[in-house]
Design a protein around this ligand. Structure first.
Ligand code: SF4
Length: 266
């Protein structure tokens, strides 16, 4: 499918939860977050319905995001449901890797192909500070488990936040190079201010070539991360939500005052 700017839209990012087992300071407020009510959250069957219809329209790339998707119960069941939809050519996940030692093999068996791992530093103290208590070693064990299980490629996403420095960049580049992991640098974004830039080493943030739609855990189909536009698949129906999302997808992002990163999966 194509939007009104003739951009080919073939990529759906599905945020399955607003919960996370980390509290990165640039994503989640210190005081915690008001989580969505479980009745408002789409079931796996509903998510599969949105993906299946999207595939009929031209989606062939699906990414599972969050919050942290691996904190979601039975996540491998959803992976298997989506992997079984003919036409899903690329099924991936963005994760902080902390739970990958427990899940990597089952995710591969279920049909997951690759992962993007959020990793901003290789300094254990700094990692704990940024994530408000995360354990770097556990994340590195998760990346190793993903490699051994055959998830490929394993891409690393590093957010260049205010404490990010050249030492972090150098250490991440060496680590990534030693395993052949593609490494991307993401400038810290601000939804309300509308500040964002193209991902260094990736395709995100390039509005001229934007190919994506997003689905929030509570069933809002969003044509753009930096926009308040959102179409409820339960209220409007899947078909109408897609039609409106495609029809109103903006030429480029502006600002988003109505949603959060941990509900849209960045
Ligand atoms: S800001 Fe919107 S249009 Fe631009 S790349 Fe992001 S999602 Fe696409």
């Amino acid at each position: 499918m194509y939007d009104r700017y003739n951009r080919k839209i073939n990529y759906l990012r599905v945020s399955v939860t607003d919960k996370c087992n980390l509290r990165c300071y640039y994503c989640m407020p210190e005081e915690g977050v008001k989580l969505l009510h479980y009745k408002d959250i789409l079931s796996y069957e509903e998510i599969a319905g949105v993906v299946r219809y999207g595939v009929e329209q031209g989606i062939d790339k699906v990414r599972l995001t969050g919050g942290e998707p691996l904190v979601k119960r039975e996540i491998t069941r959803l992976v298997a449901m989506l992997a079984s939809i003919p036409g899903v050519k690329d099924l991936s996940m963005t994760t902080n890797a902390l739970l990958l030692p427990d899940y990597a093999e089952d995710l591969v068996k279920a049909g997951l192909q690759r992962v993007n791992v959020s990793l901003d530093t290789l300094d254990p103290e700094k990692y704990s500070q940024i994530t408000r208590g995360g354990n770097l070693n556990r994340a590195l064990e998760g990346i190793e488990a993903a490699r051994k299980a055959g998830l490929n490629p394993i891409k690393l996403n590093a957010v260049m936040h205010q404490y990010f420095d050249e030492e972090d960049r150098g250490a991440l580049q060496n680590f990534a190079a030693s395993y052949g992991y593609p490494l991307r640098f993401i400038r810290e974004m601000d939804l309300e201010k509308g500040t964002f830039s193209k991902v260094e080493g990736g395709s995100g943030g390039d509005c001229r070539r934007c190919n994506r739609l997003r689905l929030t855990p509570n069933g809002k189909l969003k044509p753009c991360l930096f926009s308040d536009l959102a179409y409820d698949v339960r209220e409007l129906g899947i078909e109408e939500a897609y039609r409106l999302a495609l029809e109103t997808k903006p030429r480029s992002g502006s600002s988003n005052t109505s949603c959060t990163f941990y509900r849209m999966g960045g």
